[in-house]
Design a protein. Structure first.
Length: 251
């Protein structure tokens, strides 16, 4: 493949929660752009290794690294491994997330805390760790995966909505903190995407709220992330929230 088609050649990208869904599609998209990809996973070692094999088939390098990104010691260990192997980090995609859906009156504290810990604190920990590297490099692109429910809320998802709304505020704060060193920080807010997380959603009820009349594909979200991570035209975009939702949320 021509170098011009691989703008991330010799660059290193970390994608959290990359063994399936949007994370997997993103890892593949960044690999196609030439990046060396860190396929982070929490529990799905077999699936993560399969992604690594797919990336090898694209002519790029990848490693699968286990880490619960809600735990600071595991995040530090992940970064140490990456720096030991490749010596740099150019792109971070904070994608790892879980749901523990139920109405507020039925929601247990542990359900609230688990979602906040991974979906929001995980973003904080990974961004803090990688920013130390990117500040020294005076370059980097950070993309946080939020959700339309962080903008509009959703019944039965108080924990998830709160975490994803927090990601949006965090994104804007970090964009201001890191801009002076040419580090961009943006968020993508997917709508209802066909993934393991949404397989139980009643599609017929949702479609009337989506102007394009269909659920999205993981590759469509990954395409936007690739643009923000790799395209020279994205160098002047920071602190933004870009929806990939079929028109579901319009400001």
């Amino acid at each position: 493949m021509e170098t011009s088609a691989r703008p991330l050649n010799e660059q290193v990208a970390i994608v959290t929660g990359a063994s399936r869904g949007i994370g997997r599609a993103t890892a593949l998209a960044l690999a196609e752009a030439g990046a060396k990809v860190v396929v982070n996973y929490a529990n799905s070692a077999t699936a993560a290794e399969a992604v690594v094999e797919e990336i090898a088939g694209l002519g790029s390098e990848a490693i699968a690294l286990q880490a619960d990104v809600s735990q600071s010691d595991q995040v530090d260990a992940l970064m140490e491994t990456v720096m030991g192997k490749w010596g740099r980090v150019d792109v971070l995609v904070n994608n790892a997330g879980i749901t523990r859906d139920t109405l507020l009156l039925r929601m247990k504290l542990e359900d609230w805390q688990a979602v906040i810990n991974l979906n929001l604190t995980g973003v904080f920990l990974c961004t803090k760790a990688v920013s130390k590297i990117m500040l020294k490099q005076r370059s980097g692109r950070i993309i946080n995966v939020s959700s339309v429910v962080g903008e509009m809320g959703n019944a039965g998802q108080a924990n998830y909505s709160a975490a994803k709304a927090g990601v949006l505020g965090f994104t804007k704060a970090m964009a201001k903190e890191l801009a002076s060193r040419s580090i961009t920080v943006n968020a993508v807010a997917p709508g209802f995407i066909l993934t393991d997380m949404t397989h139980e959603v009643k599609t017929d009820e949702l479609l009337k709220f989506i102007p394009l009349g269909r659920l999205g594909q993981s590759e469509e979200v990954a395409g936007l992330i690739r643009f923000l991570a790799a395209d020279p035209a994205a160098a002047y975009i920071t602190g933004q929230v870009i929806n990939v939702d079929g028109g579901m949320v319009m400001a």
